[in-house]
Design a protein around this ligand. Structure first.
Ligand code: PGA
Length: 254
């Protein structure tokens, strides 16, 4: 049975306490849009404040360290995130991979840390433009996920989502074609079934990310094997984010 569409806002390094009103507006509307599961990943400093505001939406983080505690100045562990009210963590975002040299092996270690802390996972993957132009997008993304994803996971359908985000589509206003999204999500689905079995792997939600906006959300969310969206820029105001949430509700109803 298909799960509700999952629409997740990734605020990246944006947001001070003045943005709590946006989170409140999103939460209050999300209460009216029960057909969609809505969540926000604000910067670390706002996780607890957003958690206190949120009655309906889920709150999560954008990264965590792979160890539980220790001498790691400036880092945050999965246990600390859970303590602050986070319910999930985004791991392996391409900005972490590019700006902080995160490897698939490190992302895998972070998955284990998050699972131990009781957090759900959103594991990101996606190819650079040169890789797509060379015709290697699918093999690259599948190899990335083979190593990044946990080897086993009970209740994977509930506890894991995968986000396919072509790097060249992030923050650029360009999106992959729905044919390319369907092909990539189909390949990811096959891997999820191989790893977690038909019953769980067959329903893990595969989110698309990369310049999702209210104007293109419906078409993307209607695409085969798209179970939601990971939204950056358009999640920063309640108005645009709720436009995407509404598109998710429409698709669910139709
Ligand atoms: P974008 O970012 O929606 O601004 O393209 C998506 C993401 O990086 O998660």
């Amino acid at each position: 049975m298909a799960l509700r569409p999952y629409i997740v806002g990734n605020w990246k390094m944006n947001g001070t306490r003045s943005m709590l009103s946006e989170a409140r507006s999103i939460d209050r509307s999300a209460q009216r849009l029960m057909k969609v599961e809505v969540a926000l990943a604000p910067p670390y400093t706002l996780i607890h404040p957003v958690h206190r505001e949120a009655e309906q939406i889920g709150v999560g983080a954008q990264d965590c360290h792979h160890e539980v505690e220790g001498a790691h100045t400036g880092d945050i562990s999965a246990t600390m995130l859970a303590d602050a009210g986070a319910k999930f963590v985004i791991l392996g975002h391409s900005e972490r991979r590019q700006n902080h040299g995160e490897t698939d092996e490190l992302v895998n270690a972070k998955c284990h840390a998050a699972i131990s802390a009781g957090l759900k996972l959103i594991v990101c993957c996606g190819e650079a433009e040169e890789t797509r132009n060379a015709g290697n997008a699918e093999s690259f993304v599948i190899a990335q996920l083979r190593t990044s994803l946990p080897e086993t996971l009970d209740d994977a359908a509930e506890r894991l989502a995968v986000a396919y985000e072509p790097i060249w589509a992030i923050g650029t206003g360009r999106t992959a074609t729905t044919d390319d999204i369907a092909a990539m999500h189909g390949a990811i689905r096959a891997l999820l079934i191989e790893r977690f079995g038909e019953e769980q792997g067959g329903v893990v939600r595969i989110l698309y990310g990369g310049s999702v906006k209210p104007e293109n959300a419906r078409e993307i969310l209607e695409t085969a094997d798209v179970g939601g969206a990971l939204v950056g820029g358009a999640s920063l105001t309640a108005e645009s984010f709720l436009g995407i949430v509404a598109a998710g509700a429409d698709v669910q109803e139709s």
